[in-house]
Design a protein. Structure first.
Length: 291
């Protein structure tokens, strides 16, 4: 493993990311239709014919078929290979960022700590899409990402060089427990649900991946991002509601739409890989104003 050059590993991370993207495509198609993710195996949604594995390969399958299904020649949306390519790029970016954006692609990866960072970033970057999409649509965060993050963090902590398993465990407990307490207090004060338990588990995962202090910083950055996005959004929603109310007697449905809160998960999911990479830089920049 010591002699394998970086470019090779970047390709491996790209392919792995593209496979994750391909799996996302399956989830996006099957979940809303109530079809199991494993059974039946891959089949054409139009003529129900089985799709052989080699035509199911991410990106490559679509290119071989030139965007038409092999069985019934129906067009396959270009969205699929684009999504897979983006996930592949995010996967490669995870490793590339972990090397500190080196320019030497032929040198092998020497530092073992790079792998811990690369795997953590892989998890965080590829988690942005499912966390955001599911939270927007269903107002919940999938356990496979949040609880999965705790498991991934603990597993990665066994790679020497980064956090120890104890630090990872404490990170998960303090970050998750802290947010839970905060939500509990806020709920008592505001007399309404202030924090979803999905957010608590997600932050616990961040704590397991990068320690509790960084997880708390992510919470702060995500809250600031949330306010920056939310204030204009609320204004627009308000104006739209006013327009609708004046144009016709509005139904209850529209009122619901307006009052629907923006989920917090996407902000956490975006802030996490950013803070993993540039948390220290951001803090230095921030503290330079206080001196
Ligand atoms: Zn077909």
């Amino acid at each position: 493993m010591e002699e394998i050059p970086l470019w090779y590993w970047l390709a491996v991370f790209f392919v792995t990311g593209a496979c994750v993207g391909s799996f996302y495509n399956v989830i996006v198609y099957r979940m809303p239709r109530g079809i199991s993710l494993i059974n039946p195996p891959s089949h054409c949604p139009l003529c129900k014919k089985h799709i052989p594995l080699y035509l199911n390969l991410p990106i490559v399958g679509w290119l071989i078929l030139r965007g038409k299904s092999a069985c019934c020649k129906q067009p396959i949306s270009v969205i699929y290979p684009i999504g897979e390519s983006l996930c592949g790029l995010l996967g490669a970016l995870a490793l590339y960022a972990a090397t500190g954006f080196t320019t030497d692609f032929t040198a092998p990866v020497q530092n073992i700590e790079v792998w811990a960072d690369a795997l953590a970033l892989f998890w965080l970057l590829l988690g942005i899409y499912p966390v955001s999409a599911v939270d927007f649509k269903y107002k919940l965060i999938p356990d496979s990402i949040s609880v999965g993050g705790i498991v991934a963090g603990l597993a990665i902590s066994f790679i020497p060089g980064g956090m120890t398993p104890v630090q990872s465990l404490v990170g998960a407990l303090v970050a998750g427990g802290g947010l839970y307490l905060l939500g509990f207090v806020a709920t008592k004060l505001l007399h309404k649900d202030a924090m979803g338990f999905g957010d608590v588990k997600l932050l616990a995962g961040f704590g397991a991946l990068m320690g509790f202090s960084r997880a708390i910083e992510i919470l702060v950055v995500a809250s600031i991002l949330g306010i920056i996005v939310m204030v204009p959004y609320a204004k627009i929603a308000e104006r739209r509601a006013a327009k609708k109310a004046s144009s016709k007697k509005s139904s209850q449905n529209e009122d619901e739409e307006v009052s629907g809160q923006i989920p917090f998960g996407p902000f956490l999911a975006f802030a996490a890989p950013f803070m993993y990479l540039w948390g220290n830089t951001l803090l230095e920049w921030y503290f330079s104003f206080l001196e």
